[in-house]
Design a protein around this ligand. Sequence first.
Ligand SMILES: *[C@@H]1O[C@H](CO)[C@@H](O)[C@H](O)[C@H]1NC(C)=O
Ligand SMILES: [Cu+2]
Length: 122
Amino acid sequence: MARGTMVPTLLVLLLAVCCATTVVHGKEWTVGDNKGWSFGVSGWESGKHIQSGDVLVFKYNLSMHNMVQVGEEDYNSCIVSSPSRTYTSGNDHIQLARGGKVFFICNLPGHCQQGMKIAITA
Ligand SMILES: *[C@@H]1O[C@H](CO)[C@@H](O)[C@H](O)[C@H]1NC(C)=O
Ligand SMILES: [Cu+2]
């Protein structure tokens, strides 16, 4: 390889590696930080630059809580009335797609009302 093309080629390679990694992995966010997915977690999401491709990790005691991805109405009412996906692993990973808002609540009786709900714009 000619000396003059070496540096640009390396730069292109570095950029490709860096940007491919960013797109595939995104950032992992533990919802509620140390407290996890728990009462009063609502508001944890505000001011965070959570982006599409990032992963939300919901950590909780699965004998006490669950996590349901819901629509905006059900988020507001704290009542799951539309078909929704319920997660129960206690360590649920959700990768955020591009665009729009997504809503998560715990649907055990009274828990959403006690702040087990978050709304994320990715
Ligand atoms: C989960 O909650 C149940 C019921 O309160 C409790 O008995 C159990 O020890 C908890 N498990 C963990 C890992 O905290
Ligand atoms: Cu709960």
